[in-house]
Design a protein around this ligand. Sequence first.
Ligand code: NAD
Length: 277
Amino acid sequence: MVTIPQIKLHDGNSIPQLGFGVFRVDPQETKRVVLDALEVGYRHLDTAAIYGNEREVGQAIAESGIPREEIFLTTKLWNTRHADAPVAIAESMEKLGVDYLDLYLIHWPAQVQNLYVEAWKDLEGFKEAGLVRSIGVSNFHPEHLKRLKDAGCQTPVIDQVEIHPAFQQKFITDYCRDEGIAIEAWSPLGQGGYPLFETAPVVEAAKSHEKTPAQVVLRWHLEKGYIIFPKSTHKERMKENIDIFDFTLSEQEMAAIDAMEIGEAGRQGASIEERGV
Ligand code: NAD
């Protein structure tokens, strides 16, 4: 079984640097997919209320027979639930069949509703009550994080944002580094969409390390210090995506991949405005 490095969070807890994400995994397929991922060796699962597959993720955890404390489990508060976070977290935990979460995130700031500071205070209460070990945010820009700070809130341990070589959001990662907030890079493979895997820096590094382009891109994230949870419904790719701990990229290879940034044109997911709610 592969040993996955742990990243220390500023609240003293640790998180496996590599996990498995289930965005757009059909609920009908989710139990099988998560059981496969657990069998392959993943012990960190990233879901969300809006993915509609929390119940099936929970069924897979229960059926796997793996002790609950060996699995790091994340779910997220959806945009329309900022005003009733206590009910939303109870629903998520019931579906997942767990009595604590390892990490609970505010999925988006949903700045049009403008309730994320209040929702964050609820998350602080969930941690205090022992429902969740760590609390963080997702898709927050420095302006949103600064608002939490100005309101005297605890600092989130994590900001989960879209990052891959073509879209690196340096203004967020720089701010988070200075504030001690760990970065989770969502869509680390660019959702397989942008032709990351055909670009020269990735192809050349893959050849020289006898790895696949996907493995090179995932390795780039690890060396940046980011936490990742690539998604695949195929067991062979799950194995490929976890087999990234036996090589390192050189400084030149890292620099060449860094230079693939193309800003907004590289974005795969929605923008804050599109998800404003
Ligand atoms: P991803 O970057 O992990 O890409 C997944 C796609 O890449 C697959 O569907 C497949 O087409 C391809 N792929 C996977 N492994 C491959 C391999 N070895 N070789 C070639 N192609 C491969 O995309 P994602 O699922 O969007 O992101 C990962 C996780 O991040 C999600 O499952 C979810 O948990 C999280 N996420 C969070 C947010 C958020 O707003 N917080 C948004 C999107 C995703």
